[in-house]
Design a protein around this ligand. Structure first.
Ligand SMILES: NC(=O)c1ccc[n+]([C@@H]2O[C@H](COP(=O)([O-])OP(=O)(O)OC[C@H]3O[C@@H](n4cnc5c(N)ncnc54)[C@H](O)[C@@H]3O)[C@@H](O)[C@H]2O)c1
Length: 356
């Protein structure tokens, strides 16, 4: 593993993306998103994604400097088209629109289509909670890239379809739930595959449906599948995934998973709800703060040091990684260094120091 300071990684990734044709603003925005994912502990959505983004740019599938346009609009809704640019600017525009419309009308929702991978949904629902609103977001894979078996099934039929809800509290941090409808994000399996580690039991099955931990049974033919979230009640994760297909794919006009879509991307659906339309914001923040204290005060099961609430693990990891730097796996880092050398982009020095 290598360790790089967040600021160094951010400017390095931005320089690489700009070297591949992104505008300075896009490069900064995407690099910040990836580094925030690393800072919050979601390495599956951090710098690990940069090689894939750059390969897509080189293949003409991710279009730098693409416009983000509003295709349909009412006072409380809109459909945004990302024109197959980076997914992050399209999601930012969509959530910003939600927030501005909700300021005027208490609630608004905006769908996104024709966008590439937008990273972490919570990055955008958090925009709403910082404005005193409830933020909701969900994402499908634009109909493509199924890797999750339906409840009771063997074949890949659905993507990992994530869902996020964020709201402000008077505790630190705000509540931020951001999770896949599968056991975990596919990137977490990919990360373990990249660094040569097995996955825990209960994440994947092999082609014949037997429980598996060897990631090659997922990435090599005949392909196994990820399981829907929920263990023995995985029909709940499966139900959530189908609901997300309708909201993100159905409402945006992007395909839902149907076995024919070929272009891998993200279709999204975002909502912002103004809390003070329902009563004083301070009362809401206090009520949910008291609830958090109450929940955390439970007796703990053996081996559990502390009860955490959604958003808290990320907040803590962010604090420690801002201090200690971001750990990066060797294959990703070496790919980025090699690309930087070809583009004439300078690498951060600290990155050359392998960990003991
Ligand atoms: N763009 C895409 O196509 C795409 C697809 C899938 C996932 N994603 C993103 O991947 C990321 C990871 O998703 P995931 O489901 O693998 O993450 P995960 O399994 O780590 O679950 C994350 C959620 O669980 C909470 N959590 C984790 N540990 C906890 C604990 N001990 N106590 C209480 N709460 C806890 C976190 O705060 C967070 O809300 C998300 O940000 C998601 O948006 C994106």
């Amino acid at each position: 593993m290598y360790r790089v300071r967040a600021d160094d990684l951010r400017s390095f990734l931005a320089a690489l993306l700009a070297g591949c044709g992104a505008s300075d603003e896009e490069a900064d925005e995407v690099a910040d998103h990836l580094v925030e994912a690393n800072l919050t502990g979601h390495d599956s959505h951090g710098a690990l994604r940069a090689p894939g983004y750059i390969e897509k740019i080189d293949a003409g599938e991710m279009i730098p400097r693409a416009a983000v346009t509003i295709e349909r609009e009412t006072p409380t809704t809109a459909v945004v088209d990302g024109h197959w640019g980076f997914g992050q600017p399209a999601s930012r525009v969509a959530m910003r629109l939600c927030i501005e419309k909700a300021k005027a009308h208490a609630i608004a929702c905006v769908a996104v289509r024709n966008a590439n991978h937008m990273g972490r949904v919570g990055y955008y629902t958090g925009m709403a909670s910082r404005e005193g609103m409830v933020g909701l977001g969900c994402v499908n894979l634009h109909g493509a890239s199924p890797c999750v078996a339906p409840f009771g099934g063997l074949d890949r039929r659905l993507p990992t379809n994530p869902f996020s809800i964020a709201y402000p509290t008077d505790r630190e941090p705000d509540f931020l739930m951001d999770m896949t409808s599968s056991v975990v994000a596919e990137g977490k399996v990919r990360y373990r595959h990249t660094v040569g580690r097995p996955v825990p039991e209960g994440w994947i099955i092999d082609h014949a449906g037997a429980p598996a931990t060897d990631t090659s049974l997922f990435y090599e033919a005949p392909f196994g599948a990820l399981l829907p979230m929920g263990g023995v009640v995985a029909y709940k994760g499966f139900a959530l995934s189908l609901a997300i297909e309708g909201l993100a794919g159905g409402l945006s006009g992007a395909p839902c998973s149907n076995g024919t879509a070929e272009r891998h991307g993200n279709a999204c659906w975002y909502v912002a709800i103004r809390i003070d339309a329902f009563g004083p914001l301070a009362d809401f923040r206090r009520r949910v703060g008291e609830m958090i204290d109450y929940v955390k005060s439970s007796r703990k099961r053996p081996g559990v040091a502390e009860i955490l609430y959604p958003g808290e693990p990320e907040h803590r990891t962010r604090k420690s990684r801002l201090e200690a730097g971001i750990p990066l796996d060797e294959p990703t880092w070496e790919w980025l260094i090699a690309k930087a050398a070809r583009l004439g982009v300078a690498c951060p020095k600290a990155a050359h120091k392998p960990e003991a």
